[in-house]
Design a protein around this ligand. Structure first.
Ligand code: DC
Length: 234
């Protein structure tokens, strides 16, 4: 679509705001790589659950840190859906990392400094040649503070609950809207108040409130901002 050098696009925001959808669609349009950094935190959380480092609502931070070197994460493109899927130590875990059990613990695992250091290192490697759209909580602030373009995506809480609830239902996961809302609010609280790289809206991020936008409208707004940015860099 554009001929200029490939840039880094950072997308941050709260859970279930449509960040990953925007990042994936932008990457597709631009022929860039898309990385859902939240999937990586979910992958570490799944590893911790599978290895009993999380039990009875207790997250054993020491055990997670000691065993981090046994966690190998990678993304592979699903040739049918054309969506990247997360592999944990060679096993496709894309479906299981989206379950409420992983969602219930992931924010707490994401507060662990050593976990963040490992994942940020891997994320920076993925973006070292540009041509990447990455979404998460600390992408514009910590992972790629020099990103040429940064978006901060927001949406009203009830709209986020509605989207997340129907996504879970479509995936056959039983839950209630109250449960979904409680989980989202709790994750918002943990993500924005933690010591290590809390979710913040950095000054140079452009805010997109998509409460009343369709996916296509949101994509068009973002694409026109990319176009403008690339024109300034040409
Ligand atoms: O985007 P998500 O809902 O899949 O993210 C899951 C959790 O991972 C979220 O509660 C916060 C954490 N996370 C993070 O701390 N930093 C990131 N870059 C991405 C996700």
């Amino acid at each position: 679509m554009f001929n200029q050098d490939k840039i880094v696009i950072a997308i941050d925001g709260y859970s279930s705001c449509g960040k990953s959808t925007l990042a994936r669609e932008l990457a597709k349009e631009l022929h860039y790589v898309f990385i859902d950094s939240g999937a990586m935190y979910r992958g570490v959380t799944l590893f911790a659950i599978q290895n009993n480092h999380i039990h009875n609502n207790d997250v054993d931070r020491g055990a997670i840190i000691r065993n981090l070197n046994k966690v190998e994460l990678s993304f592979k493109l699903n040739s049918e859906s054309k969506k990247p899927e997360l592999f944990l130590n060679g096993v496709n875990v894309e479906a299981i990392i989206r379950t409420p059990k992983v969602a219930a613990y992931v924010s707490r695992v994401a507060t662990i400094k050593e976990v963040r250091e490992k994942l940020v290192r891997e994320q920076r490697k993925m973006g070292s040649y540009g041509g990447i759209v990455m979404d998460g909580r600390d992408i514009g602030s910590v992972v790629f503070p020099e990103a040429e373009l940064k978006f901060f995506v927001t949406a009203e809480i009830n709209e986020r609950v509605r989207r997340r609830f129907s996504e879970l239902r479509d995936n056959g996961i039983e839950t209630t809207k109250d449960e979904v809302k409680a989980n989202l609010l709790e994750r918002d609280r943990i993500d924005s108040t933690r010591m290590e790289s809390p979710l913040i809206q950095v000054e140079d991020a452009i805010e997109i409130d998509n409460t009343k936008l369709s996916k296509t409208e949101q994509l068009e707004i973002a694409l026109s901002l990319v176009e403008k940015k690339l024109a300034t860099l040409a």
